[in-house]
Design a protein around this ligand. Structure first.
Ligand code: TXA
Ligand code: MG
Length: 315
C-alpha cells in the first residue's frame, strides 16, 4: 500500500469538518471514542471499507460495527424490537453495541457486514466522536484503529505508532476514558453476550431481569475481536501472577504493586482505562510481562477477556 502522510487533527470544529470531508471522499480517519480509537470509513462505500481491512492487515473480511450519532439514525438501518429501545434508553450513548437484523434497502456495504444479514450498531458517547458522526451524516464503519491482532489504541500516538502512513488522518483528543471496547449484545434472537466490554454484563442482566447467556467460544463469530490470540503484545504474557519471576515486568492491580499498577485502589473502571496503555508501555520495554489477578466481576470480565487473549498462544 502506498505510504501517505497521516494528518493529526484537533477536535476543533474546522478540523472535524475536514475529517468528515475525508470520510466523504472515501478516506480512512481514526477518531476517539470513549472505549478505544476507531478506524473510520463510510460504511456505505465498499472501496473505503476495503481500505480498513488493507490498512489493518485484517486477514479476512469480518463484520465491522457501524457508528451513529443517536438511536434514531441507527433505527433507520436495523429492525428495532422493544428490547433494543429499552437498552438504548438505558445505555446509549455509551459502550454498548447491539447486533440486529438489517432492514431491506439499508445501503450498508457488504464489506461492513461481511455478507451477514445483521449489523452491529453503536452510538458512542465521546463528544468528539459525536461531532464527527453528526458532521459526516451517515453510518461510519469502525474497528479499533490498530494493526490486526495487536494491542488496541487508547491514544492518537498508539494509532500513529501502528498505522501512520496507511490512513488519511487521526483526530487527536487525548486518552479514551473507558479503555476497553464496547460490550456486544446479539439481539437477533434471544439476547446473548457476544463480547464483554465497557458496560458490565450485570448491568444488562439487571435491565433484562434475567441471566444473560454468553456465546460459547467456538461458536463465536470468526472475527479478530473473537480470536483467541488478539490484543497481543510482542512479549509473552503470564496471567494471575502473585509476583514477577526474574526478568519479567509486573503489571500490578490493587495491593499487588508492580512496574505499573492498573489501579492501586483496586478500582476496575480505572484499571480498564489503563489496560491497553500500560500493555503498550510495558511491551515497549521488550521483556516478558506478568499480570496480577483481576477480579472477574463488572468491568473485570472485559479486562480478563482482553488479558486472556493477550496471553493466548500465538498462531
Ligand atoms: O468499542 C468498540 O466497539 C470499538 C470502537 C471503535 O467503537 N470497536 C471495535 O471494533 O472494537 P472491532 O472491529 O475491533 O470489534 C468488533 C467486533 C468484531 O469482533 C465482530 O465479531 C463483532 O464486533 N461484530 C460486528 N458485527 C457483528 C455482527 N453483525 N454479528 C456478530 N458480531 C459482530
Ligand atoms: Mg479490535
Amino acid at each position: 500500500m502506498p505510504e501517505k502522510e497521516t494528518l493529526r487533527l484537533t477536535p476543533r470544529q474546522e478540523d472535524i469538518e475536514r475529517a468528515a470531508a475525508l470520510l466523504r471522499a472515501g478516506e480512512l480517519v481514526a477518531f476517539p471514542t470513549e472505549t478505544v480509537y476507531g478506524l473510520g470509513a463510510d460504511a456505505c462505500n465498499g472501496t473505503a471499507v476495503a481500505g480498513i481491512y488493507a490498512a489493518k492487515g485484517r486477514p479476512s473480511f469480518n463484520p465491522l460495527i457501524a457508528h451513529f450519532p443517536d438511536a434514531e439514525t441507527a433505527r433507520a438501518y436495523v429492525e428495532w424490537p422493544d428490547l433494543a429501545e429499552r437498552l438504548a434508553a438505558a445505555f446509549w450513548p455509551g459502550p454498548l453495541t447491539l447486533v440486529l437484523p438489517l432492514k431491506p434497502g439499508h445501503g450498508i456495504s457488504e464489506l461492513t457486514t461481511a455478507g451477514l444479514d445483521t449489523l452491529g450498531v453503536r452510538v458512542p458517547a465521546h463528544p468528539t466522536a459525536q461531532k464527527l458522526l453528526r458532521a459526516f451524516g451517515g453510518p461510519v464503519a469502525a474497528p479499533s484503529a490498530n494493526p490486526s491482532g495487536r494491542i488496541s489504541p487508547t491514544t492518537a500516538d498508539h494509532v500513529l505508532a501502528g498505522l501512520s502512513g496507511r490512513i488519511a488522518a487521526v483526530v487527536d483528543d487525548g486518552a479514551c476514558p473507558v479503555g476497553v471496547e464496547s460490550t456486544i449484545l446479539g439481539l437477533v434472537e434471544a439476547p446473548v453476550l457476544l463480547r464483554p466490554g465497557g458496560i458490565a454484563a450485570e448491568a444488562i442482566e439487571a435491565l433484562l431481569g434475567a441471566p444473560l447467556p454468553h456465546q460459547a467460544g467456538d461458536a463465536a463469530i470468526n472475527a479478530p475481536g473473537q480470536l483467541r490470540s488478539h490484543y497481543a503484545p510482542k512479549a509473552s504474557v503470564r496471567l494471575n501472577a502473585e509476583a514477577p519471576e526474574p526478568g519479567e515486568l509486573f503489571l500490578g492491580f490493587g495491593p499487588r504493586d508492580g512496574d505499573l499498577n492498573l489501579s492501586p485502589a483496586g478500582d476496575l473502571a480505572e484499571a480498564a482505562a489503563h489496560l491497553f496503555g500500560y500493555l503498550h508501555a510495558l511491551d515497549a520495554r521488550g521483556a516478558p510481562i506478568a499480570v496480577a489477578p483481576v477480579p472477574e466481576q463488572g468491568l473485570g470480565a472485559a479486562i480478563n477477556d482482553r488479558l486472556r487473549r493477550a496471553a493466548a498462544p500465538r498462531d
